[in-house]
Design a protein around this ligand. Structure first.
Ligand code: HEC
Length: 302
C-alpha cells in the first residue's frame, strides 16, 4: 500500500522531498541508474539526506493512492500518469494543490535513464526549488559551475574563512601543512615558479601519480584506454576555473567540494584511504601540483 498524500506528509515531517521512481524488473536502464548513478557516494548521500523515495513497479499489483484520492494497482496507476519509460522519476512539491494526480503536480520528471551529473544536478535543482525560479533546468544544468563549483564553493567560503598566508616567501616551496585556502582559491604558485604543462600532462595520466583518468574523462588524453566517469569530464576545465581555483582543487579538493571523493593531492595527513607508499607524504609534490595546474590551464574549449 502506498498513499502519496501520506508519503508526502512523512517526507515533509522529515524535512525531505518526495520522489517517486517507477521501475520494472529486468530493466537495463534501471539497473544502469542503480549501478552507475545511485552508487556514486555523493549522489547516494544526497538522496539519503534530502529525499524520501518511493519505488513503484510498472507492472506491479500493489495498491497506490494518488494525491486526488484515486486508488489503483501500480500498473494501472502508472498508465494513468502516462509514464511510458522505466526508470521514470517524479519529483513533488512540498504542498500539492487539491484534486490533481501525481503527474500533474510533479515539479519535475526524468523520463528514462540519465547520467550522473544530470541526475545530481536535477536532485539539487529540486531541493533548491529551481522550478520556482525563471531559470529552466537545462540552463541550470549547463551552467556547470553552479553545482560542481559555485554552489559548493560558496558554502565552503562561509564555513572556512581562512586568511591567505601563502604570499610571504614566494620563492620557497610551501609545505602542505602551510597551504591555506581562501574561499576555494590558492593564488600563489606552491613553488614560486610556473608549472610545466608537458610534465603536468604526464602526471595527470600517470596511474601512480595523479591517476586523474581513474575518475575523469579527458579527450586530450584519448590515447589512454581507460577513463573513469566518477568525476566530471575535464575538457574545457580552464574555461570554468581560474588557475588559483584549479590549484586549490588539485591541492585539496576537500576544501573546495564538500565531501568529495576526489583525493587531496597535496596534504600530508587526513587521507581517507592512505596508500602505504604515501603515508605521511603528499601524493604529488608541490612541483607536480603546479605542473598539473599548468596543464589544466591549457584545456580550453571556448
Ligand atoms: C577518485 C576520483 C577522482 C580522482 C582520482 C580525481 N578526481 Fe577530480 N574530481 C572528482 C570528482 C567526483 C569531482 C567533482 C567534484 C565533486 O566531488 O563534487 C572532481 C572535480 C575535479 C575538478 C573540477 C572539474 C569541473 O569541471 O568542475 C577538477 C579540475 C579536477 N577534479 C581535477 C582532477 C585532477 C587534476 C586529478 C588528478 C591529479 C583528479 N581530479 C583526480 C573525482 C576525482
Amino acid at each position: 500500500m502506498t498513499d502519496l498524500s501520506e508519503d508526502l506528509e512523512e517526507a515533509n515531517s522529515e524535512g525531505k522531498r518526495l520522489m517517486v521512481i517507477i521501475e520494472q524488473r529486468g530493466c537495463i536502464y534501471c539497473k544502469k541508474m542503480h549501478e552507475e548513478v545511485f552508487v556514486v557516494p555523493e549522489i547516494r548521500k544526497f538522496i539519503e539526506d534530502n529525499y524520501f523515495v518511493i519505488q513503484i513497479n510498472m507492472f506491479g499489483d500493489v495498491e497506490v493512492t494518488d494525491f486526488d484520492g484515486t486508488t489503483l494497482p501500480e500498473k494501472e496507476m502508472v498508465k494513468r500518469w502516462g509514464a511510458l519509460f522505466t526508470p521514470s522519476i517524479y519529483f513533488f512539491p512540498q504542498e500539492v494543490p487539491e484534486g490533481l494526480m501525481a503527474s500533474q503536480v510533479a515539479v519535475a520528471n526524468m523520463p528514462g535513464a540519465f547520467g550522473r551529473w544530470t541526475t545530481f544536478n536535477m536532485l539539487n535543482w529540486v531541493v533548491e526549488k529551481g522550478y520556482s525560479s525563471d531559470e529552466p533546468f537545462q540552463k541550470y544544468h549547463v551552467d556547470k559551475n553552479r553545482i560542481k563549483g559555485g554552489g559548493m564553493k560558496r558554502a565552503i567560503g562561509l564555513a572556512a574563512i581562512a586568511a591567505m598566508t601563502v604570499s610571504a616567501a614566494l620563492a620557497e616551496t610551501v609545505a602542505p601543512t602551510n597551504v591555506t585556502l581562501a574561499d576555494g582559491v590558492i593564488e600563489a604558485s606552491l613553488t614560486g615558479q610556473p608549472g610545466d604543462p608537458v610534465e603536468g600532462r604526464k602526471v595527470f595520466a600517470n596511474r601512480k601519480q595523479g591517476n586523474c583518468l581513474a575518475c575523469h574523462v579527458n579527450s586530450d588524453l584519448s590515447e589512454e584506454i581507460f577513463h573513469g566517469e566518477v568525476g566530471p569530464p575535464i575538457d574545457g576545465v580552464a574555461d570554468r576555473w581560474s588557475a588559483g581555483e584549479l590549484r586549490a582543487i588539485v591541492t585539496n579538493s576537500k576544501m573546495v567540494f564538500e565531501g568529495t571523493i576526489m583525493p587531496a593531492f597535496y596534504i600530508d595527513s587526513g587521507y581517507e584511504r592512505p596508500l602505504e607508499d604515501f603515508a605521511g607524504k603528499s601524493i604529488l609534490s608541490a612541483q607536480q601540483v603546479e605542473d598539473v595546474v599548468a596543464y589544466l590551464m591549457t584545456l580550453k574549449e571556448e
